[in-house]
Each structure stands twice: as C-alpha cells, then as structure tokens.
Design a protein around this ligand. Structure first.
Ligand SMILES: Cc1ncc(COP(=O)(O)O)c(C=O)c1O
Length: 370
C-alpha cells in the first residue's frame, strides 16, 4: 500500500469515523514543556488533591516486588472486599480499568448498530463515545437547569433503546438526582433496557436525599451501578473502578473484559482504600472547604456558577471561556473548558488544595480585571 492509498479508511467500523476523542485535562508536564514555565497547577480532572490515603499507599508499596507477575485476572480479593463493602456477593462485581472501562464493557455487551443509548445534554462525554464506538446511535435529552430532566429522558425511550446512562452526580455540571425521582425513573424503564447509574463522585455528596443506587442492584436486573477509585479515593493514575449489577449481567460484562484489565498495584490499593474511612472523610472535608472558597470568590467576582455536589464546580464567565482558559494556562493554571459539553461560557474547576484554589482565584481575578 502506498502513502496516497486511503482505501483502508473504508474498512472503519460503524461509528468510528465520526467519533470525537475524549479530551482529557492537559498534564502539567505538557503545559510546562510548551510554555517553558514551572510551578503550574492542575485543577482539570477532578482528582483528589490529597492523593491516596496511607492504607492504600502502604498496600501498593507492599506489592511492588510482585509486578513481574500478571495480576489476579479474576480480582478475587478486591471483588471480595467490594462485595463485603456493598453487602452483596462477589458475583455482583465487575472490575474495570477505571470506571470508564466498565462503561465501555456495557456498550460492547448491550449496544450495536441499529440500537440506541440515551443520556442527558451536558452529561459525561464517555456516554456518547462508548455508544458511537460500537456503532450505536446516541439520543440526547434536553437538560433542565443544567441537570438531567428525567421526564424528557423517559420521553425518548423507544423500542431501540438498550442503555440509558445517568450520571449522579453529573460531570461537568455537578447536578444530582434525589432518591424518589431516580428510583421511579429506573422502575419506569422497560426491562429490555439497561440503566447505568454512574456514581463516580458519590462519596462527596452530603445531600440527605442523595440516593445510593448500589443498594438497588438486587431489585432491578437491568440496573448497573458504576463506582471509581479515581476521585475520592485518590487513585486516578492506577485506573480502577467497578460495576455492581445482577450476577447474570456481571457475567456478560466479564465475558468481554480483558483478563488482566486491573493491575496488581491497583487491586491492592483499591482493596485497602475502600476501608480507609478516615481518608475519605478528610478528602470530603477538604473538598467542602475548597468549594466554599471557590464559590465565595465567584460571588465576589460577580460570576454565576452551577451549584455542584461534586469535587468540581463550573463557573459561568458570561462570555466565551476559551480566551480566559488560554490566559489561565499562561499563568500556569490548568482548568477545563467545557464548550464540548454545550457550555462555551463555563470553565470547570476541580477543587484543589487551599493554596491551589487561591492561585486559580487570583489568576481569574487578574484576567477578568476585577
Ligand atoms: C461522571 C464520570 N464518570 C466516570 C468517570 C470515569 O473515571 P475513571 O475512569 O477514572 O473511573 C469520570 C471521570 O472523570 C466522570 O466524571
């Protein structure tokens, strides 16, 4: 094949050519290399600024000597610990290379060309990506007040709908659904349609009426709940998440899962992290203080924002956010523009350490001239 022969492009599987790749937060090293600067901060990927807790760190260090061997492909110990944590049997647990991997497994098992998945406007970008990558069609329900409008979602369910994705809370908006509304919605769906409740940020939510959908997996065979160790547990780089579902669904997900999708450091770190309540508590407290610090600053600067229950908040600049984002980058502050989520005037900022939040606020104030 010569260089000008593009005929292989016609071989592309359905959906791939039109796929917009997920845009992750820019790494600090990349920004510093590009601009020749040092001392940058990243508040762009909703990581835990404390990183992992002491129990996870010790567990990871303890298995460094074993990394010459493949991990336990069945993740026996981690699944056992997670099952105990959620008071279900291990057969309910599917491990993923991050919860993103589990979302892809769901798409591969339940979607194909000619079928549809459904999610809300402004919902997490992996839902359209996972859908399109298997050649299925994405349906987008209009949001209400930036959050999921379950009525408009229900109205778009058809005979072709196989997966409904619900982020609770959602990123990048930080909006959430209360118990009754979510449960009624799940109950209203045909059992021929899977519903994924993505609880990546659940640990951060302090609202009394915030549901824990993991408790419902025994009630609804079409419910899949996903969780991650990338956020409150501070293990984003290790890539570990999981799904809870009816064992028959877990069995299907496990059929397409790569056998060694979760490495041994991740398995050990996650198994220790799930029991480290002190670290999660400290992380949540830091997050609450940081959220107050940021939202008070937005008030002072006269900026609106979307009230968020996660470890991030999207601020409304009232004008195109991209030039402000570029100016922030030049000051060594990395946040996330979210024009690709239909929010071109907003920037999503992850809650960092107090001095990192302060640096972002000062930089933003200088750029906006207030
Ligand atoms: C709503 C939501 N779900 C899932 C994920 C996936 O995270 P991970 O693959 O690191 O578990 C993210 C990450 O940003 C997210 O915001």
């Amino acid at each position: 094949m010569n260089q000008s022969d593009h005929s292989f492009l016609a071989l592309t599987a359905p959906g791939i050519a039109g796929l917009t790749p997920y845009v992750p937060g820019k790494p600090v090293s990349e920004l510093e290399r590009e601009l020749g600067i040092t001392g940058s901060i990243k508040l762009a990927s909703n990581e835990n600024p404390l990183g992992p807790g002491p129990l996870a760190r010790a567990a990871i260090a303890a298995c460094l000597n074993d990394i010459g061997r493949y991990p336990d492909g069945g993740g026996f110990e981690l699944r056992r610990v997670l099952a105990e944590h959620h008071d279900v049997s291990s057969a309910y647990v599917t491990l993923g290379n991050g919860s993103n991997d589990v979302l892809d497994l769901v798409a591969r098992v339940f979607l194909q060309p000619g079928t549809e998945s459904l999610f809300s406007e402004h919902a997490f970008a992996v839902y359209p990506n996972a859908t399109q990558s298997v050649g299925a069609t994405a349906r987008v329900a209009p949001a209400r007040a930036y959050g999921h409008d379950l009525e408009s979602m229900a109205a778009l369910v058809t005979d072709l709908t196989r997966v409904v994705w619900v982020a609770n809370p959602n990123s990048p908006t930080g909006t959430w659904l209360p118990t009754r509304a979510l449960r009624d919605f799940i109950e209203s769906l045909p059992t021929t349609c899977m519903v994924v409740v993505d609880e990546a940020y659940t640990e951060y939510v302090m609202e009394p009426d915030f549901p824990d959908a993991s408790r419902w997996v025994g009630d609804y065979p079409n419910l899949i709940v996903t969780r991650t160790f990338s956020k409150a547990h501070g293990l984003a780089a290790l890539r570990v998440g999981y799904a809870l579902s009816d064992p028959r669904v877990a069995d299907l997900l496990n059929r397409v899962r790569q056998p060694f999708n979760v490495n041994s450091l991740a398995q050990a770190g996650a198994a220790a992290a799930i029991g480290d309540r002190d670290h999660v508590r400290a992380s949540v407290e830091l997050n609450q203080a940081g959220m107050e610090q940021l939202t008070a600053a937005f008030d002072r600067l006269g900026l609106g924002y979307i009230a968020s229950v996660g470890n991030f908040v999207s601020v409304d600049l009232g004008r195109p956010a991209e030039p402000v984002n570029q100016a922030l980058l030049r000051k060594g502050v990395i946040v996330r523009p979210i024009g690709n989520y239909g929010l071109p005037n907003h920037l999503r900022v992850s809650i960092g350490l107090p001095d990192e939040n302060g640096r972002f606020i000062d930089a933003l104030g200088e750029i906006l001239g207030t």
